[in-house]
Design a protein around this ligand. Structure first.
Ligand code: GLU
Length: 347
């Protein structure tokens, strides 16, 4: 059976910081309708922090991490209560899975999450996923559910990712773009960021999600969560919102894992010779080409590789720690720092 991942943003489910119960009701009906059309739906839902803040009658999202983590912990059960009550009306059940970046970085946990989601689907239970905000901070944090939903799409091998937002799709001035074949610089330039009280993403993280999804062979659609029966109409073949087509040349699973699931821990700046070797000749990155490193990283971590002008060339898994690489150029250290199979060019 085909799987679809549906991401619901805070701007939809909890506009101005208050849970919109009638939206949850309509969403649940729509999910069940899509199921009748032969699709297994996995929901990625935001709204925990907003629900927590609403319970404490806060008007604005606080800035400090401890406060946000506590609000997420408080709000997550309120959010799940709302979903549970709506699914119960249809004598159906939903289940909660909370994930952090670590769960994608660690192969065992990644497979465990996949097995649990698949088991839930086989039991006809709707998995509802959110970031485990109560414990995620700094390096294990996604920060937005857009990327999380794309990684979940890859995790479950979904056919389609639908991102429901408060905008009708990707806009070019006031015209909606129907189809995007590739998220290139022209497409990225269309994005404007605007701050809202309880949301985290905006269009730029949606495009990041789009790169992950389409490169994983998953079609992504950004559509308005206010459109009636939006999910079942999309899976039924209607053309709503903006469709980002899946890339033909799907990156290999390992390269996808390196590029998207491993958190970047540091930076390596390389000279023109090394740039040419890794980008155009498929060579490994050698120590002699390294100008300097930034941040602390360990052997096996993922780092960004940049040229002297700060252009990102790609990312890869390092064979040496930042300490071992300190002053390596002057030491004429010839070792291979990133093997070519562990390097992924920027998309
Ligand atoms: N995980 C956050 C929450 O449930 C939302 C993050 C986002 O809006 O993307 O409040």
């Amino acid at each position: 059976m085909k799987k679809i991942v549906v991401k619901v943003g805070s701007s939809i489910i909890a506009p101005s910081g208050k849970l919109n119960n009638s939206l949850v009701e309509a969403l649940v009906k729509d999910v069940l309708e899509a199921q009748k059309l032969g699709f297994k739906v996995i929901l990625v839902s935001s709204g925990a922090i907003a629900c927590g803040a609403d319970k404490l009658e806060l008007r604005k999202k606080p800035n400090d991490t401890a406060h946000l983590m506590a609000l997420a912990s408080l709000g997550q059960i309120i959010l799940m209560d709302a979903y549970t009550a709506q699914f119960k009306k249809h004598t159906r059940a939903c289940a909660q899975i909370l994930l952090t970046w670590d769960d994608f970085d660690n192969r065992k946990r990644f497979l465990n999450a996949r097995n649990t989601i698949n088991k839930l689907l086989s039991l006809d239970i709707i998995p509802i996923i959110n970031e485990n905000d109560a414990i995620s901070f700094d390096e294990i944090k996604f920060g937005d559910n857009d990327r999380l939903s794309a990684l979940v799409g890859d995790l479950v091998r979904a056919q389609t990712l639908i991102i429901l937002s408060d905008v009708p799709g990707l806009m070019d001035k006031d015209k909606i773009i129907d189809t995007v074949t590739k998220i290139d610089e022209k497409i990225s330039a269309l994005v404007k960021t605007k701050g809202k009280a309880f949301t985290s993403g905006g269009m730029s993280t949606k495009l990041e999600a789009g790169k992950i999804a389409t490169c994983s062979g998953i079609k992504m659609i950004i559509a308005s969560g206010h459109t009636e029966r939006v999910i079942s109409r999309i899976v039924g073949g209607e053309n709503l919102g903006t469709t980002f087509l899946a890339q033909d040349a799907v990156c290999k699973a390992r390269k996808r894992w390196i590029a998207f699931s491993k958190k970047i821990k540091g930076k390596i700046y390389v000279d023109t010779g090394a740039k040419e070797a890794v980008l155009n000749h498929g060579k490994s990155l050698l120590c002699v080409g390294i100008i300097r490193t930034e941040q602390d990283f360990k052997r096996g971590d993922s780092v960004e590789v940049l040229d002297e002008n700060e252009n990102i060339l790609g990312c890869g898994i390092v064979n040496y720690s930042s300490d071992e690489l300190a002053n390596c150029r002057s030491k004429k250290f010839e070792k291979e720092v990133i093997h070519r199979n562990n390097f992924v060019k920027k998309q």
